[in-house]
Design a protein around this ligand. Structure first.
Ligand code: MTE
Ligand code: HPA
Ligand code: MOS
Length: 828
C-alpha cells in the first residue's frame, strides 16, 4: 500500500492518510444524508460557559492520530514479562492432572502459576463467589483459565502453553438455558415482581395473546482487548495499569489475591479502547494474574489477551428466553398477564442477579403492563460467565413486550404504531409493575408524535403497503419503537461518586473523579462542568487518569451514570472551592468596599463582584495567586449520592430509578424474501437527553448506541459447537456493523425543550445506554416486512439475531402457509 500519499486536503495540521482511505473518504463524503447533523458535523462552539455546548472529545485529536495511549502503548522496562494463558479445552469436567514441568523448562519461560500458587483469595467473584482465578478441580466452560505462563516474550509464553499436560474427566455440558431452568439449575434464586391480580386480568380479558422468543447474546468487541500492565512498587505493592471500568474493584481483588492491604495496590486507568460493560467485572482476572506474577518475580508484567482468547475466556451479553401471556381488551390495550424471562448466565453469578433484575424492570419498556407478574430466572450453563453489556439486561427484557406489541397489532388488525401508542404509560396508567411512577409522560407522548411527523410515518406506511401489494419478492417494512430506560444503579450503594479538585498557582485546574473514560466522552463532560462552575475555558481544566489513590472506593463507570454521578461530585468540589475563594475575596481583597458576598461570581476567567459602577473584576490567575499567598487551600474534594431511590427485593417494589430517559426510532427495511437478505433503508431517531451537556458527544452516543443495538439484533451471531466451544471467535466469523452498515438516510436528533424533571447535573440525562435499544425498530421493521406476506394477519416469530438465514426461514414458513406455490400461475 502506498504510504505517505498526500491526502486530498493536506494541510499542516492534518495528519497524512493513505491513498486508500483518502479515496474511501471521498467516495463516502455526503453519502450519508440526514436533516440533522451527525456527530462529526456538529459545530463546536466557543468553550466559554462550557457546559451545554458541543465540544470535541478531550482526546479526539489523539484518537485519530494514533497518539492516544492504550495499555499496549505504555512503555515498560525491557525486562518486562509477557503472559499467556492456558485455557480449558472442554466445557465441563474435572481436572485430573495438570503437568507443567515441560512448560517451566522451556527456555525463556520465567514463571508458571496455577491455583496452588495463589497466596490469598482464590475466588475472585465480583459480587457473589463462584469465579476461581484458576481452575482447582471443576471445569465449567471452554476457555476457563487453568494456568498462566510468564516469559521473556509473548511468543515464548504462547509456545510454552502447548507443552502442558492436561487431563480432564469430561462430563456432559449443558448449553441450553431453558433446560437448565426446567431442572432448577440457577446461579441465583428466581425473583418475582407483581402488581395486582394478573390471573384475574387474564381471565377477564377479551383476548389473550401469547408468544415466546429467543434473544441472542452479544460479544463486546471492544477494539482494545482485555489488557493490563503491572509494576512492582516498594514493599509488597503493585501499580496496575488496566483497561477497566471498575478500578476500585480491581484494586480490592488484586489486594485479596495477593493477601495485602488495599492501600498497597494502586489501579490506574487513563482510557479504554471501548468497554461496553465488558470491563466492568471482567477486566479484573487479568490484573490479578499479572499482579501475582509481578509479586513473584519482582518484574513488570504485561497481560493482553489475543482476540480469540478474549472472546472465549470472557462473558458476553446474556442470551434470554422470554415468554409472555397477556390479556388485552378489544382495542389492544394490555390489562395484565405474565412474563417469564430466563437469562442465560453462563457458569457463575458475576453480575447476573442485577442484570436479570434490570431485564425485569424493563420488560414493560414504555408501556403499562396493567396487573402483571414478571418472573426472572438466572439459568446456569457451561459457558463463560455472561456479564454487563450496554443496557445491562434492559434490552433483552424490552424485546418481549415489543414482540407482544407487534403480535397484538396483528390480532386486533391495527397498525403496530397505533397499538404501541395506545399502550404507552399515560395519566391514570402511570405505575410500573415494580411500583415506580413514570414521570415526564407528556414528554414521552410528544417525542413519539414528533418522530411520527418528522419521519413521515403514515405517508410511508401507505407507500409501503402499496409497494408490497405489487412486489411479490422484495417486501418492505416499517416500525417505530419507543425506549424508556431507568437511570441509576439498581444496587443502591453504587449510586455515589467522589471527585478531587486541585488548582495550581498558575491558575490551571486538575480534576480527578471516580469515572473512567471508554470513548463515551465522560472526561470531556466533567471538564465542562468544572469549567462552567469556575468560569473558565475547558482547556484550562484537565483530567488525567483515573486512579484509586486519588479518589477512593469508586463505583464502576456503568449504568450510564458516569456523568450524572461524577459530574455532581465535581460540581460539589468546585462549589466548595468557589465558596472559599469568595469568602477570601470578600474579607481580604474587597474589605470595606461594600460588595455583596452573595453576588460574587466566576465568569469568563474573572472573579466579578458588584454591578455597574461598583463592579470589580480580578483575573482568575491573580485571584489564585493572592489566595495562595494568604494560605488559602486551593484543593477540594466533592461527593454525591443520588437521593430518593430505593428498592425492596423482598416485595419487588420501590423506586429504583432516579429518572427515566426516553427515545424513539423509526426504521424502514427491505427484505428479499427468496434469499433472506435485507437492507436498512432509512432510520429516524429522536432521543431525550434532557438539557444536553454536550450535544455533539450525545449525538455520537445515540448514533453509536443505535448501530450497536442494530448489530446485536441483526448480524452479530454467537455460535458454539455441541461441545460448548465458541466457534465465532474473531471478526471473520462474528459480524459487527461497519461503516457501510450505516443506513443511507440516518436522521438523528436530540429532543429539545425538556430539561430533566429531576435535579440531575444541569438537568441533563444519561445517554450511554438508552439509545442502544433504539435498534429494536430495525427488528420490528423486519417482522413488519415479513407480516406483509400474510397480508398483515400475523407477525412471524423472529428470534435474534435476525440474520438473513433466520429471515429466510421465517419467509419460507409464511410462504408455504399463505402463498400457493408456484408464485406465478401456470398457464393453461
Ligand atoms: N461509548 C463508547 N464510545 N465506548 C464504550 O465503551 N460504553 C457504554 C456507553 N457508551 C461505551 C460507550 C456503556 S455500557 C455505558 S454504561 C456508558 O457508556 C458508560 O459511560 P457513562 O456512564 O459515562 O455514559
Ligand atoms: N447497571 C450497570 N452496571 C451495574 C448495575 C446496573 O444497574 N448494577 C451493578 N452494576
Ligand atoms: Mo454499561 S453495561 O452499564 O457498562
Amino acid at each position: 500500500m502506498a504510504s505517505k500519499a498526500p491526502s486530498s486536503q493536506a494541510s499542516g495540521a492534518e495528519p497524512d492518510v493513505s491513498e486508500d482511505s483518502a479515496r474511501a473518504r471521498e467516495e463516502l463524503r455526503g453519502r450519508i444524508k440526514g436533516s440533522g447533523p451527525l456527530a462529526r458535523d456538529t459545530e463546536a462552539s466557543s468553550s466559554r460557559g462550557a457546559a451545554g455546548r458541543s465540544q470535541a472529545h478531550e482526546s479526539a485529536i489523539k484518537h485519530v492520530t494514533g497518539r492516544a495511549a492504550y495499555i499496549d502503548d505504555l512503555r515498560a522496562p525491557t525486562d518486562a514479562l509477557h503472559v499467556a494463558l492456558g485455557l480449558s479445552p472442554v466445557a465441563h469436567g474435572r481436572l485430573t492432572r495438570l503437568g507443567l514441568e515441560e512448560v517451566k523448562a522451556l527456555p525463556g519461560v520465567v514463571d508458571v502459576i496455577a491455583i496452588a500458587d495463589v497466596p490469598g483469595h482464590t475466588d475472585i467473584g465480583p459480587v457473589f463467589p463462584g469465579d476461581p482465578i484458576f481452575v482447582e478441580d471443576e471445569i465449567s466452560y471452554v476457555g476457563q483459565v487453568l494456568f498462566a505462563v510468564a516469559a521473556e516474550s509473548h511468543r515464548t509464553a504462547r509456545e510454552a502453553i502447548r507443552l502442558a499436560v492436561v487431563e480432564i474427566d469430561e462430563q456432559p455440558a449443558c448449553l441450553d438455558p431453558v433446560a437448565a431452568a426446567q431442572r432448577g439449575e440457577f446461579v441465583r434464586p428466581t425473583h418475582v415482581q407483581q402488581s395486582g391480580d394478573w390471573e384475574q386480568a387474564l381471565a377477564s380479558a377479551a383476548h389473550v395473546v401469547e408468544g415466546e422468543q429467543f434473544v441472542g447474546g452479544q460479544e463486546h468487541f471492544y477494539l482494545e482487548g482485555q489488557a493490563c500492565l503491572v509494576q512492582p512498587t516498594e514493599d509488597e505493592g503493585v501499580i496496575v495499569h488496566t483497561s477497566n471500568q471498575h478500578p476500585s474493584e480491581t484494586q480490592k481483588l488484586v489486594a485479596e489475591v495477593l493477601g495485602i492491604p488495599f492501600h498497597a495496590v494502586t489501579v490506574e486507568v487513563r482510557r479504554m479502547g471501548g468497554g461496553f460493560g465488558g470491563k466492568e467485572t471482567q477486566a479484573s482476572p487479568w490484573a490479578c494474574i499479572g499482579a501475582l506474577i509481578t509479586r513473584r518475580t519482582g518484574r513488570t508484567t504485561r497481560v493482553r489477551l489475543p482476540r480469540a482468547d478474549d472472546m472465549r475466556a470472557t462473558g458476553k451479553r446474556h442470551p434470554f428466553h422470554n415468554r409472555y401471556r397477556l390479556g388485552i381488551d378489544d382495542k389492544g390495550v394490555i390489562l395484565g398477564g405474565e412474563l417469564t424471562l430466563i437469562g442465560d448466565c453462563g457458569y457463575s453469578p458475576d453480575l447476573s442477579d442485577a442484570i436479570v433484575d434490570r431485564a425485569m424492570f424493563h420488560s414493560d419498556n414504555a408501556y403499562s403492563l396493567g396487573e402483571a407478574r414478571v418472573t426472572g430466572h438466572r439459568a446456569r450453563t457451561h459457558t463463560a460467565s455472561n456479564t454487563a453489556f450496554r443496557g445491562f439486561g434492559g434490552p433483552q427484557g424490552m424485546m418481549v413486550i415489543e414482540a407482544a406489541m407487534d403480535d397484538i397489532a396483528r390480532r386486533i388488525g391495527e397498525d403496530p404504531l397505533t397499538i404501541r401508542k395506545r399502550n404507552l404509560y399515560r395519566p391514570g396508567r402511570q405505575m410500573t409493575h415494580y411500583g415506580q411512577q413514570v414521570d415526564q409522560i407528556a414528554l414521552l407522548h410528544e417525542l413519539i408524535e414528533q418522530l411520527e411527523t418528522s419521519s413521515e410515518y403514515w405517508a410511508r406506511r401507505r407507500a409501503i403497503t402499496e409497494f408490497n401489494a405489487e412486489s411479490p419478492i422484495v417486501k418492505r417494512g416499517l416500525a417505530l419503537t419507543p425506549v424508556k430506560f431507568g437511570i441509576s444503579f439498581t444496587a443502591k450503594h453504587l449510586n455515589q461518586a467522589g471527585a478531587l479538585l486541585h488548582v495550581y498557582t498558575d491558575g490551571s485546574v486538575m480534576i480527578n473523579h471516580g469515572g473512567t473514560e471508554m470513548g463515551q466522552g465522560l472526561h470531556t463532560k466533567i471538564c465542562q462542568v468544572v469549567a462552567q462552575e469556575l468560569g473558565l475555558d475547558t482547556e484550562e481544566v484537565r483530567i488525567t487518569a483515573t486512579r484509586t489513590d486519588k479518589v477512593p472506593n469508586t463505583s464502576p463507570t456503568a449504568a450510564s451514570s458516569g456523568a450524572d454521578l461524577n459530574g455532581q461530585a465535581a460540581r460539589d468540589a468546585s462549589r466548595k472551592l468557589k465558596a472559599r475563594l469568595f469568602d477570601f475575596a470578600h474579607e481580604h481583597l474587597y474589605r470595606d468596599q461594600g460588595l455583596d458576598r452573595e453576588e460574587m461570581r466566576l465568569e469568563a476567567g474573572h472573579l466579578i463582584a458588584g454591578h455597574g459602577e461598583s463592579e470589580r473584576r480580578i483575573p482568575w490567575g491573580e485571584l489564585v495567586q493572592a489566595a495562595y499567598l494568604n494560605r488559602i487551600s486551593l484543593s477540594e474534594k466533592g461527593f454525591y449520592a443520588t437521593p430518593l431511590i430505593h428498592y425492596d427485593r423482598n416485595t419487588g417494589q420501590g423506586r429504583p430509578f432516579y429518572y427515566y430517559a426516553f427515545g424513539a426510532a423509526a426504521a424502514e427495511v427491505s427484505v428479499d424474501t427468496l434469499t433472506g437478505e435485507y437492507q436498512v433503508d432509512r432510520v429516524d431517531i429522536l432521543h431525550d437527553v434532557g438539557d444536553s451537556l454536550n450535544p455533539a458527544i450525545d449525538i455520537g452516543q445515540v448514533e453509536g448506541g443505535f448501530i450497536q443495538g442494530m448489530g446485536w439484533l441483526t448480524s452479530e451471531e454467537l455460535k458454539w459447537n455441541d461441545a460448548g466451544r465458541l466457534i465465532s471467535d474473531g471478526p471473520a466469523t462474528y459480524k459487527i456493523p461497519t461503516y457501510g452498515d450505516l443506513p443511507p438516510v440516518f436522521n438523528v436528533k436530540l429532543m429539545e425543550g425538556h430539561p430533566n424533571s429531576m435535579a440531575s447535573i444541569y438537568r441533563s440525562k444519561a445517554v450511554g445506554e438508552p439509545p442502544f435499544m433504539l435498534g429494536m425498530a430495525v427488528w420490528s421493521a423486519l417482522r413488519d416486512a415479513l407480516a406483509s406476506m400474510t397480508d398483515y394477519a400475523e407477525a412471524p416469530r423472529l428470534d435474534t439475531p435476525a440474520t438473513p438465514e433466520r429471515v429466510l426461514l421465517a419467509a419460507e414458513t409464511l410462504r408455504a402457509r399463505y402463498t400457493p406455490w408456484p408464485l406465478v400461475e401456470e398457464e393453461g
